[in-house]
Design a protein around this ligand. Structure first.
Ligand code: PMT
Length: 402
């Protein structure tokens, strides 16, 4: 099921590091997810970003001290925050805060809050490479991991201090993605899922090809949702401009033949296959090695059929769950039902093509789920992320009942 932050109480803890400015964007991203966000800062964090910035964006008073502010009892306030928190992100987490947490030291507002909180906590270590690689920091992080904290590994690269190596705070979008991942129940743990996504490109000559407008958004939404839910995911993708999803084995292909080969290479080691790719049915017979010159007024392009990858999988699927997509401009249900039977699928997603809010390149989708027992589920318009999670819910039910 899709994890939502809507209405959840999220606390961001900010420690004193050069990357503290990234927490401002993180706060905005969390607010966009309709979370209630509160911020607790260490004294040193205030030297990098002022509490007013966080206050203006969160609409909430920022907690910076254990002591009374404006007559309020701050020590009670952050215990209340700890009790009401649904989840916590500490970004950046300094070596000092890591050491305090590992030792159980509570000597300021943030470290005291952290000892009182029982909700999941994600730590985002960020510091100089030599500090990050220091045996004490390593030992403390190991302890915290054993204690159940989620630790987001820092990025490697050139750091503000001039040193190159691990220690950089990942971008806020990545922090949010991994935060959602650590809050998502792992109901697909142990499942090996293969997803195909995006278009294929069939060369006519070195500068032209036959393709379609698939962006890869639907397939990647499925791959990301499955990864967040604990599956071991392989994504075979045609060309796309999307950023590569995290923690997923991604195999890039161009042509239908390359996709065919990659799918069969991974077939043995999968138990669920979801084919969201828009594969070209035909390819030019003799792609030219040099650019075709514009000399004739008319020309004929000879095409030959590509292998129907899904149909071949259907003949050999054994105990695997096999899911296809059917992109249709008309007679969605009839055409999808035909493909479900012809390709020996367990489920097919009929995908309406035509409206701007559905199908190719849209962020939302209008789909129907058709099952091999004849059941049909017609869904209202929803985000591709929501379609992905619902599809995985249904696949999970199929694996339980089969
Ligand atoms: O990538 P987006 O921009 O997000 O768009 C998503 C999408 C519209 C591409 C996707 O939701 C979708 O509908 N994908 C299937 C598109 C398609 O090619 O449908 P089809 O009816 O032509 O093919 C039926 C099924 O057979 C598909 O699962 C397809 O992957 C598979 N197939 C088709 C031809 C072929 N040679 N080999 C195949 O495996």
């Amino acid at each position: 099921m899709k994890t939502t932050l809507n209405g959840k109480n999220i606390v961001i803890g900010v420690c004193g590091g050069i990357a503290a400015y990234k927490s401002v964007t993180l706060l905005r991203l969390l607010k966009k997810q309709d979370a209630h966000v509160r911020v607790i800062m260490t004294l040193n964090a205030g030297a990098f970003v002022g509490p007013l910035t966080f206050e203006a964006l969160s609409g909430m008073k920022v907690c910076t001290s254990l002591f009374a502010e404006n007559g309020e009892d701050a020590s009670i306030k952050h215990i209340e925050w700890a009790q009401s928190a649904d989840a916590v992100i500490i970004a950046p987490t300094t070596a000092n805060m890591i050491a305090k947490l590992a030792a159980g030291i509570a000597d300021d507002a943030l470290s005291t809050f952290l000892l009182a909180v029982t909700a999941p906590v994600m730590l985002c270590p960020s510091m100089n490479t030599h500090m990050f690689e220091h045996q004490t920091v390593k030992r403390n992080l190991k302890t915290l991991k054993q204690d159940g904290y989620h630790i987001l590994a820092p990025d490697a690269g050139e750091l503000a201090c001039g040193v190159t190596g691990p220690g950089r705070l990942p971008e806020p979008e990545i922090i949010l993605d991994r935060f959602l991942a650590c809050l998502t129940p792992k109901d697909l743990s142990g499942r090996k899922i293969l997803v195909t996504s995006g278009p294929t490109q069939e060369a006519i000559d070195p500068v032209r090809f036959i393709s379609n407008p698939s962006s890869g958004k639907m397939g990647q939404a499925i791959a990301r949702a499955a990864e967040m839910r604990g599956a071991d995911v392989t994504l075979i993708s045609g060309p796309t401009s999307l950023t590569e999803p995290l923690n997923i084995k991604m195999i890039k292909v161009n042509t239908a033949l390359e996709m065919h080969q990659a799918v069969w290479h991974h077939f043995e080691h999968t138990d669920i296959i979801i084919k969201a790719a828009a594969v070209s049915d035909y390819r030019p017979v003799n792609p030219k090695h040099r650019k075709i010159k514009k000399v004739q007024d008319e020309t004929v392009l000879e095409l030959q059929k590509n292998p129907d990858i899904l149909k071949e999988l259907g003949k050999n699927k054994g105990g695997r769950i096999l899911v296809g997509f059917a992109a249709e401009t008309e007679d969605l249900q009839k055409n999808a039902a035909m493909k479900l039977a012809q390709k020996n699928l367990d489920l097919i997603v009929g995908n309406l093509i035509g409206p701007d809010d559905s199908g190719f390149n849209a962020d939302t989708n209008r789909v129907q789920f058709l099952y091999k027992d004849g059941t049909i589920e017609t869904l209202h318009k929803m985000s591709k992320d929501a379609v992905a999670h619902l599809l995985l819910d249904r696949i999970l039910q199929l694996t339980i009942s089969s």
